[in-house]
Design a binder for this molecule. Structure first.
Ligand code: SAH
Length: 389
């Protein structure tokens, strides 16, 4: 019952009923939803196909669902996408979107075209709570987790922009990496739901090899993920020992390298396909973690983990305190690891002209921590030095 309204108050607006957003419902959750409203579960398959295969979000257009049911659905549910604020193209073909989510903050998403594939880098949170010292997202502070609709909505938006729903578009999303803003394992349920929709045959039908979750090392959540998922795994290491990693990736103080690597090994071990390997991400910063001694230490550290190593030259952002690795140090680092028998790739920097490269995603975060404020203050303090530079 609505509360009694004071006699003097004039209400001329209907109270807004919050509708369930079906965009982020995986097949099983959508099945539950239809059961709850007294419908058959197979409706879920019909609807998933409409939304994620045909790109249709208007319930009225879902013509194999009876008009009656559509009318009933419209009263309680909707398919609501996040709003695209802007879309920028880099000279190298990389595309970056700024996307507004409920509450006013904006997140960023990036598409990286390559010859054989197109990779979408998806955000999982507004900002990030982990505060890795070399990452722009961390400097933005943290607002909240994204909902599963806001996560899968990013893939929908990209697919739609390439015309992927309508025809076999030449440019399309073939791979998804959960490497945008945020720590996906800190938003476990929503990320798992969204990844399930990516994998679902009646939706995007991506293979689990082509969906990669990247984590900085939330060990209990990674252990849990091993129980429910077998998507590809990337681990963000960036340092070969705890002393250095404690500085670069503060969550290491809670879950150290040994625990993280054991957990990753367990994840890989549980995968049905025994050819699978974790990708180790290592961002190289000049004079910080790029010495020969670090490479040799890393080679020893990883000896029991089936993995390949992806070296990422550090991408600077305003106020960042590190420098990009030199080419000499990068090659030396790579050669040492390759000499120890590792498969090593170097991530080419893409989209840096539009600040879309790794670690440059900043969005517009209504920060709930005081980190953004503190960081801005520090930026102001260092400004004179930068100008003399
Ligand atoms: N929180 C997750 C997902 C974000 S992934 C994780 O840490 O894995 C972002 C990737 O970009 C990580 O591998 C991260 O180490 C890398 N990265 C962050 N800042 C960077 C920078 N300034 N330059 C290059 N790579 C960076």
């Amino acid at each position: 019952m609505p509360k009694a309204v004071e006699a003097t108050t004039v209400i001329d607006v209907e109270p807004q009923q919050v509708k369930t957003n079906l965009l982020g419902f995986s097949a099983s959750k959508l099945g539950d939803f239809f059961e709850e409203i007294g419908e058959k579960r197979f409706r879920a398959t019909q609807m998933i196909k409409w939304i994620h295969q045909m790109g249709e979000c208007d319930l009225d257009q879902m013509t194999n669902i009876s008009k009656d049911l559509r009318e009933r659905l419209k009263e309680v549910a909707e398919v609501k996408l996040p709003e695209v604020v802007s879309c920028q193209d880099s000279v190298d073909g990389t595309r970056k979107w700024l996307i507004r989510v409920d509450g006013g903050s904006c997140i960023e998403m990036v598409y990286i075209p390559e010859r054989e594939r197109g990779t979408l880098c998806v955000s999982s949170q507004i900002g990030c709570a982990l505060d890795c010292s070399f990452c722009a997202t961390g400097k933005q502070g943290f607002n909240r987790d994204l909902t599963s609709a806001e996560i899968i909505g990013q893939l929908w938006i990209a697919a739609d922009s390439f015309g992927q729903f309508k025809h076999k578009a030449p440019r399309r999303v073939t791979n998804v990496v959960m490497m945008g803003m945020g720590e996906p394992l800190m938003n476990f349920d929503n990320v798992v739901d969204a990844m399930n929709i990516m994998l679902e045959d009646n939706a995007y039908g991506l293979s689990k090899r082509r969906v990669t979750l990247s984590t900085a090392g939330v060990v209990p959540a990674l252990d849990k993920l091993a129980e429910v998922s077998d998507v590809s795994l990337a681990i963000s290491l960036h340092a070969p020992n705890d002393k250095l990693r404690n500085e670069l990736v503060p969550i290491n103080r809670k879950y150290n390298l040994k625990q993280f690597i054991e957990s990753a090994a367990n994840y890989i071990d549980k995968m049905p396909d025994n050819r699978r390997k974790a990708t180790v991400e290592y961002t190289l910063m000049d004079q910080v973690n790029d010495r020969s001694v670090h490479a040799r230490e890393l080679a020893v550290l990883l000896k029991d983990l089936p993995c390949k190593i992806n070296l990422i030259p550090f991408n600077p952002f305003p106020g960042s305190e590190y420098k990009r690795v030199t080419n000499t140090a990068l090659n030396r680092f790579r050669d040492i690891l390759a000499g120890e028998g590792y498969t090593v790739t170097v991530r080419t920097t893409r989209g840096d002209d539009i600040a879309a490269a790794c670690g440059q995603l900043a969005g517009e975060v209504n920060d709930k921590t005081r980190r953004q404020e503190r960081y801005k203050k520090r930026l102001e303090e260092v400004q004179p030095v930068r100008i003399i530079d």
